[in-house]
Design a protein around this ligand. Sequence first.
Ligand SMILES: [Zn+2]
Length: 509
Amino acid sequence: MKNLSRKGATAQSDSVKLEFSFASLRLCGRNTLFVAILLIFSALFIAPASSSSAFYDVVILNGRVIDPESRTDTVRNLGISNGAIKTISTSNLNGRTVIDARGLVVSPGFIDLHQHGQDDENYRFKAMDGVTTALELEVGTGDVDAWYAQRDGKSLINYGVSAGHLAARMAAMHEPVTFLPTGDAARRSATDAEIAEMKQRLEDGLKRGAIAVGFGIQYTPNASRWEILEMFRVAARYNASCHVHMRHAGVKEPGSSIQALEELIAAATITGAPLHVVHIQSTGGPATPKLLQMIAEARSRGLDVTTECYPYIAGMTDIKSAIFDEGWQEVFNIDYKDLQWAATGERLTKETFEKYRRTGGMVAVFSMTEEIVAAAIKSPLTMIASDGILERGKGHPRTAGTYSRVLGNYVRDKGALTLMEALTKMTLMPAQRLERRVPMMKNKGRIRVGADADLTIFDLRSITDKSTFQDPAQYAEGIRFVLVNGVLIVKDGGLQSDVHPGRAVRAPF
Ligand SMILES: [Zn+2]
């Protein structure tokens, strides 16, 4: 009502102005030309200015708009200009590009907190799975500036990185900085001087806008508890969440995932650093429900602890890493036959395991049950994050299928969780995880006026992951349109070439 009466008042005062102008025209004959020019001027500039504000770069019409922050789930039209959502409306909107979203879900773009593959090949598969922001927060980098510079202006989707403890440890121990350590940094304890250097390197990275601090403690089993605490202390000073692959997997004591989570909750309590436990289901295995209970209890005492999972019964890692040191069969409760060589798809034997262990390469580890995975996905505590990486088409199907698999398999087919719950785990929760340190994340993971126009539009009836352990490089189906900063990167289910609207997600520096 308020708006209506205000509109009426404006219309009235406009007509008064117009009458006044005509009166001036009659009264002051010699000023006719001046007034006429004034009128033409107003017609040319004032009128188009008001109508252009209702002409958008992109409009999305009649979609089922879901916003987890406001719990909106209703049919609306969206108007997008200059990379941001400008209006959410029930009235018809006009724009240069019109997307008919009738029958489709319009969601905030998915935010993947755990994506290792950060190149064109990987970004294409992420886009086709609905991901608009892919962040490498577990392993991270040792050179934040160089990492961002490599992607600046060249990326399909938004990207970002943490300062990595693994990289800092490799550098402090004077070995080449690779993805995962396999030399000294993987196996020996650090001197006080080396710990001091690692701290300095993490601090340098945070000062250059690294989003978080990443850890892979299972890959550095001789990193002392004190070393980890020291790294948490640095993170705490910068409000940086610690994204941690825990020290131990499984249930076998001593050295269970429960003990590993105790170490991290203690470190978060002592230092005040926010804690984010990565891929809880693949580390926890059968202990996953207990780990989730521990996180819920820690949160109920006011601790900032969060976690994530992905929807597959196998993990994947480098066969050369410390994870496969003596005793791995007991830790994961598996044998050689439960390992699948990614390059060929073959299941391993004692002989082939030893052969590949010498050369190195990615291996899938079938260590989980469907019940554990479903329990992790259903838990209100978990975000969805892929842990994805593809190299020349080889890798884990989670890279290309994590989000469509949760939506198709767990939401639509199994009814394990609601669409609102699933989208909350894919959009709002990951944005909130980071926004204390990275304020720009307050404009992601939401559909509201002023939010970034990162949007994923999909067909819930047909959304399906197509990637498999045999053939992981298969685009998901059912993602119909994806926008990154207002630019279409997926249109009618097809990837757009030659667009690079992705921007850096980076803390202020
Ligand atoms: Zn990991």
